[in-house]
Design a protein around this ligand. Structure first.
Ligand code: COA
Length: 333
């Protein structure tokens, strides 16, 4: 896809996030499966993750994050034009989680839908919202990445259960008049040939829930970890370097890299390809693990709320995920 030649000023004007209080530590996991804190930290960089209570769904977390984002943006819920939720853990197959968020925050004048692009979902959702805004069809959008991955994680499988956590991040996008600011470019890519590397095999139309599917634990995440790792390093490096190069940005021009938080080694490989100083990388993997679409959403919200951004700062979001999907998105503050 070509670069956005004359981006319409679409800016991120509010952010919020929610993380469940309950912490699942590596020590807790040592008591559940054959693993060790040392192995998890060395291979992934994760120390702990947050787990939502049984009573809390993905949309509940998304509502809490959205209310904070709207308050931060100074936007009333009834003035929201569009809601997009990126998630692989919708409350149900239908209705969309976005419609449940609409009900939860009482955004009665919005239209709402979900995006399924796994861990790249939040970048896909931002890019989708951008195009609606740039076309003039709407004036603002609430864009959310929210996941309850604990609901689809097999806590008997040490290959996957150490990786994932729950949380939600939300931002408000608005068309503004500030030329040269806001979302200035994005790259979205996917390749379905290796869809089987990362999937939840049952529960959809191909394999509806049955006693057999439940007995075989097919409603949980199944992952070919080594294949995903190799793919992720290549894809993350490529999209990071490509978006920087085509926008004539050098490593030192990037204020914050906000990467998907699947594995610290994957993040560091992408940053290294660009020659980026580690202090410019926003990490939350040690605290929250991999929250799929929520990782970059919470990451962007954290940077906006806590990192004292200045006019002209450059934020670079990069992610990869099931599909396979991958992509990057550039924001000029
Ligand atoms: N604790 C201890 N040992 C574990 C373990 C755990 N939690 N999980 C796997 N192992 C074992 C494996 O069984 C394997 O043992 P073997 O050599 O006897 O077969 C060994 O550790 C090494 O496994 P390997 O898969 O080579 O480790 P790795 O260095 O590739 O790290 C991942 C494993 C999963 C952390 C890594 O492959 C990864 O991050 N992959 C990408 C996953 C991802 O990003 N998923 C989400 C996409 S959005």
């Amino acid at each position: 896809m070509p670069k956005l030649e004359q981006p319409v000023p679409v800016e991120v004007v509010g952010a919020g996030y929610y993380l469940p209080e309950r912490v699942l530590t590596n020590a807790d996991l040592e008591r559940m499966v054959d693993t060790s804190d040392e192995w998890i930290v060395e291979r992934t960089g994760i120390h702990e993750r947050r787990i939502a209570d049984d009573s809390m769904s993905t949309s509940d977390m998304a509502v809490l994050a959205s209310q904070k984002a709207l308050a931060h943006a100074g936007l009333a819920a009834e003035d929201v034009d569009m809601i997009i939720v990126a998630t692989v853990t919708p409350d149900m197959l239908f209705p969309s989680t976005a419609c449940l968020v609409q009900r939860g925050i009482e955004a009665r004048n919005a239209f709402a839908f979900d995006i399924s692009a796994a861990c790249t979902g939040f970048i896909y959702a931002l890019a989708t919202a951008y195009t609606y805004l740039a076309s003039g069809y709407i004036g603002n959008a609430l864009v959310i990445g929210a996941e309850k991955l604990s609901a689809i994680t097999d806590y008997k499988d040490r290959n996957t259960c150490v990786l994932f956590g729950d949380g939600a991040g939300a931002v408000v996008l608005k068309r503004t008049g500030r030329k040269g600011h806001g979302i200035c470019d994005f790259i979205l890519e996917s390749d379905g040939r290796n869809a089987h590397w990362l999937q939840v095999p049952a529960g959809g139309s191909r394999m509806p829930a049955s006693t057999k599917s439940i007995g075989e634990r097919l409603h949980y995440i199944s992952m070919e970890g080594r294949e995903v790792f190799k793919f992720a390093v290549t894809a993350m490096k490529r999209t990071t370097v490509r978006i920087a190069e085509r926008n004539s940005l050098k490593a030192e021009d990037i204020t914050w890299l906000i990467p998907h938080q699947a594995n610290k080694r994957i993040i560091d490989a992408a940053a290294e390809a660009l020659g980026l100083d580690q202090r410019r990388i926003h990490y939350n993997i040690h605290k929250y693990g991999n929250m799929s679409a929520a990782s970059t959403a919470v990451g962007l919200a954290e940077v906006m709320l806590h990192n004292n951004l200045q006019d002209g700062d450059i934020l670079l979001l990069v992610a990869f995920g099931a599909g396979m999907t991958w992509g990057s998105l550039l924001i000029r503050w």
